[in-house]
Design a protein around this ligand. Structure first.
Ligand code: MG
Length: 163
């Protein structure tokens, strides 16, 4: 495989695991806010991100390439409220989309059609992720960004702690 494509795919394994970590940080914030539905929604996102990381990981090994498991960066977010959290997630998904596109650019340049097929899936997935994060912002803005108003959305997102 093309060296640059391999390097970028390797880096993406780490970025997807960091995404999982970031979502876990957001989930934790909502647990502390007594909004378990939001917490559970973001925990599910964290699990999805681990699956993304593993797709890249498996792909590299399937191509007989190596995978470097680098340190996952610390999550340094200082969230004020639900809207702030939703915006943080949305910003991050746009960043990830940009990174996927960069790998696609390299794969196109290298005429690496197999990697392009893998990345097709991720480009579609990122469209979905951006749609979800944008919808979350819209819902919070419609309801009003305080806990009293977010209670119903919280129930819709994941049920109550006591169940
Ligand atoms: Mg992802």
């Amino acid at each position: 495989m093309n060296k640059k494509v391999v390097e970028l795919l390797n880096a993406q394994v780490n970025k997807e695991f960091f995404s999982a970590y970031l979502y876990l940080g957001i989930s934790k914030f909502f647990t502390k806010q007594d909004l378990p539905g939001f917490a559970s929604w973001y925990k599910v996102q964290a699990e999805e991100e681990q699956e993304h990381a593993m797709k890249f990981y498996e792909y590299l090994l399937d191509q007989d390439e190596d995978v470097t498991l680098e340190a996952i960066a610390e999550v340094k977010i200082n969230l004020k409220d639900a809207l702030d959290a939703a915006k943080e997630a949305d910003k991050h998904e746009h960043y990830i989309t940009d990174e996927i596109v960069k790998i696609m650019d390299a794969a196109v340049e290298a005429k690496d059609y197999r990697t392009q097929l893998l990345l097709d899936w991720f480009i579609k997935e990122q469209e979905e992720e951006e749609k979800n994060s944008k919808e979350m912002i819209a819902k919070i803005e419609m309801l009003g960004n305080d806990k009293k108003n977010l209670y119903l959305l919280d129930k819709e997102l994941g049920g109550r702690k006591a169940d």
